[in-house]
Design a protein. Structure first.
Length: 178
């Protein structure tokens, strides 16, 4: 989305136009879903977190200091909502650890191994991998959302991929390249 159009939509939303805010939400929905998923690792909870982030953003839109930083501001709200949900979820979990259940077919084992490798990363690295490879966002959009330069994104992605590959090799996953 063009920055001038985004600023115009923000101004219209501030004036009470909910359709304008809805358009902003549509533009950033997949990014917020990816950010929430990187924290929660559950698609349904990530959807809930993204929706809650949009609701909080709407309620607090008048607190946005710089319209040019809307994406970053929204991402921070979403990240905080997801972290709150994760904390609540961990408090509610009982002592039974479902990750210890035996895995199903090999395809499920591969998926679990990759998810385990992803979850072994720090939250910022997991978020970046999720935005780029699960949500297929271009560097430009990631740059807007995370407020990182393209070279920084590239470097962090490279290091995160290497960490995942090392984790997978260590756990016996076959033929892993970084």
């Amino acid at each position: 989305m063009d920055k001038s159009l985004e600023i115009q939509l923000i101004e219209q939303a501030l004036a009470g136009d909910l359709e304008s805010f809805g358009e902003l939400c549509s533009n950033y929905y997949s990014s917020m879903l990816a950010i929430a998923y990187s924290v929660l690792t559950d698609h349904h909870l990530a959807e809930d977190a993204a929706q809650e982030a949009f609701a909080r953003a709407l309620r607090n839109l008048n607190k946005l200091k710089s319209k040019e930083k809307f994406a970053f501001w929204l991402a921070r709200i979403c990240r905080n909502v997801a972290k709150d949900m994760a904390r609540s979820r961990s408090r509610l979990k009982n002592s039974d650890d479902l990750s210890q259940l035996p895995a199903g077919p090999d395809k499920d084992c591969d998926h679990k191994a990759v998810n385990d490798a992803l979850n072994s990363l720090s939250a910022p690295d997991r978020e970046l991998i999720t935005l780029r490879y699960y949500d297929n966002l271009p560097y430009e959009k990631i740059s807007d959302v995370l407020r990182l330069s393209k070279p920084a994104i590239n470097g962090r992605l490279h290091r995160a991929r290497k960490k995942m590959a090392k984790y997978l090799r260590k756990t016996g996953f076959p033929e892993v390249r970084s």
